[in-house]
Ligand binder design. Structure first.
Ligand SMILES: Nc1ncnc2c1ncn2[C@@H]1O[C@H](COP(=O)(O)OP(=O)(O)OP(=O)(O)O)[C@@H](O)[C@H]1O
Ligand SMILES: [Mg+2]
Length: 262
């Protein structure tokens, strides 16, 4: 039965999609069966893996809104064991259509229930908002990863995110846990970045991943080639970071502890 993990932060451009693609890839490379769910109407996780989002006929929209079986929509990626439930532009309307539907917060949960036993991990890439799509992602999840860009305004908006998570826990998904904050775009030469790391550790005591994602141009280039960093440049520092993150998550699931080595 898959563990379902959402990458969430309503702040745009913090590395949710980059982390979702590459975490899913490295979990698969470690021998796990992984489904990446593109819950963002921008479709960046789908296009970043080489799909032309404009040409996609069936997407998560058809599963969540029309009720089609997800196995008819899921496609394989070039990494063995890594599948994708793609987004399309239709999903932009779903946020509004959902308002009028029954079980509107549970639509994604119900979709994933159909296929959950086929995977070890299901990774959900959320849009940069706290609207109904993201809420569907939270309700469907067991755990949350919060990517945080190591820059000055990193903590802005986090209290709103944490209170949304708390509301979901109280009303919709009591088991929902925060797995951790993931530091992204870290530049160790920058003193400010080091200070922000300290602030984030104070904000999430014991819940910051040891694996830190450095700022790396190779990570930013890979989606333009429709590839994960494993397929694009497996020996880059960004690749190493996501490989470590996948390993850290697998260890945490076995009951391991964080070292706090940042
Ligand atoms: N570690 C990194 N180093 C350098 N560039 C990065 C890194 N991670 C992400 N980027 C780049 O920063 C931009 C934003 O990243 P990404 O799309 O992953 O963020 P996001 O949180 O998913 O954004 P959105 O909120 O729009 O969905 C992209 O151009 C991406 O290629
Ligand atoms: Mg994104």
């Amino acid at each position: 039965m898959a563990k379902i993990i959402s990458l969430v932060n309503q702040k745009g451009g913090v590395g949710k999609t980059t982390s979702a693609i590459n975490l899913a890839t490295y979990l698969a490379a470690a021998g796990k069966f992984v489904l990446l769910v593109d819950l963002d109407p921008q479709g960046n996780a789908s296009s970043g893996l080489g799909l032309n989002v404009r040409e996609i006929e069936k997407s998560l929209y058809h599963a969540m809104i029309i009720g089609e079986h997800p196995s008819k929509i899921i496609i394989k990626t070039e990494t063995f064991g890594h599948d994708l439930l793609p987004a399309s532009q239709d999903l932009a309307g779903a946020g509004i259509e959902l308002v009028h539907l029954d079980n509107r917060e549970f639509r994604l949960y119900n979709v994933l229930r159909e296929i959950r036993t086929n995977y070890d991990y299901i990774i959900i890439d959320s849009p940069p908002s706290l609207g109904l799509l993201t809420i569907n992602g939270l309700v469907a999840s067991d755990e949350i990863i919060i990517p945080v860009q190591t820059e000055y305004f990193a903590l802005e908006g986090l209290s709103q995110l944490l209170s949304t998570i708390e509301l979901v826990r109280e009303n919709l998904q009591p088991q929902l846990k925060i797995m951790g904050a993931l530091l992204t775009m870290y530049d160790k030469r920058n003193r400010l970045a080091r200070q922000v790391v300290k602030e984030i550790q104070d904000h999430f005591p014991g819940h910051v991943f040891d694996s830190v994602v450095p700022r790396s141009i190779r990570l930013a280039e890979a989606p333009g080639f429709g590839k994960s960093i494993l397929g694009f440049d497996a020996f880059s520092k960004g690749a190493r970071a996501y490989k470590n993150l996948a390993r850290e998550i697998i260890e945490l699931d076995k009951g391991g502890n964080r070292k706090f080595s940042v």
